[in-house]
Write a protein that binds this ligand. Structure first.
Ligand code: FAD
Length: 255
């Protein structure tokens, strides 16, 4: 399955390594931590928007990092120390305050990113490389389908921020239970995993608008396989419009 969502993407902004202190940590829901990093280090960060993401670098605690730590100096020591990497979405970039928010799903299985976010405190440093290019919604589409699980909600929220107010949009989000629902500017069909419900089933049960669809879909791999099969085989959508992105795989570490 594609790891690039279908459709137009912005040009790649300059890729840099950023090492930025944590300024706030907020538990948005029981299983979601919003980590805000900020400071002068971000003064020349150029946002690509919507689903732009970065590669987080997690070094062993005892790693001796070069000064300055740049993409080049980090790569130069890869034969000795190589970080674990995980991909995360920029939920919000505020260029006036020089802040970036990341929303981390705090899952039960151990993993460097989720574990780091569970313990994150102001003053900790987050190292990341990016940003990536970003998805651009198709302005000529009749309607937009946005669907994913909680790892996709930062991107879905950022895409909703750029869609015109009169855009026809349907949002489906699979989360653990009602406590994980987030406030979004558009009505959302929430799907509760704890109740045995799944994304593809919710989309299958819905009345979808007529006309040409533009879709942005991301989440756990098997859920994306099921959703893609429904949209292509049962709904008959054009396969060029249905290219989900695998954000994670159950039982497998990312990176
Ligand atoms: C482009 C892109 C953008 C992403 N944006 C975000 C984002 O903004 N926020 C976010 O939280 N995630 C996001 N993800 C998903 C995130 O990268 C993965 O969930 C990643 O595996 C988490 O790393 P980890 O170190 O916590 O766990 P890992 O070491 O990768 O995995 C350890 C174990 O945890 C399980 N696991 C991993 N993720 C989850 C999960 N979400 N729920 C339940 N079990 C899980 C794995 O299956 C494995 O068994 C994004 C992924 C991509 C590709």
């Amino acid at each position: 399955m594609s790891t690039q969502t279908a459709g137009r993407r912005t040009r790649r902004p300059e890729t840099k390594l950023w090492r930025v202190p944590v300024v706030r940590v907020e538990r948005v829901t029981p299983r979601l931590a919003r980590v805000t990093v900020g400071g002068g280090e971000l003064a020349d960060f150029v946002s690509a928007g919507t689903d732009q993401n970065v590669m987080l670098y997690f070094y062993p605690d005892d790693a001796e990092l070069p000064e300055p730590l740049t993409l080049e100096s980090a790569r130069a020591m890869w034969s000795r120390v190589r970080p674990l990497t995980r991909t995360y979405t920029i939920r919000r970039h505020d260029p006036d305050a020089n802040e970036i928010d990341f929303d981390f799903v705090l899952h039960d299985a151990a993993g460097p990113a989720s574990d780091w976010a569970k313990a994150a405190r102001p003053g900790d440093r987050l190292i990341f490389v990016g940003p990536s290019p970003a998805y651009r919604p198709d302005p000529t589409a009749d309607w937009h389908l946005l669907a994913g699980d909680e790892t996709a909600l930062p991107a879905i929220a950022a895409i909703l921020d750029v869609l015109p107010a009169d855009a026809v949009v349907r949002v489906f989000a699979e989360v653990e239970d009602a406590a994980e629902e987030l406030a979004l500017p558009t009505p959302v069909t929430w799907v509760h995993r704890s109740a045995g419900d799944a994304l593809a089933g919710a989309v299958a049960a819905a009345d979808l608008p007529p006309g040409r669809m533009d879709a942005w879909l991301a989440g756990e791999r098997s859920s994306m396989v099921e959703l893609r099969a429904h949209l292509l085989d049962e709904r008959g959508f054009d396969r060029r419009a249905v290219r989900p992105t695998t954000y994670w795989r159950r039982g497998e570490a990312g990176g």
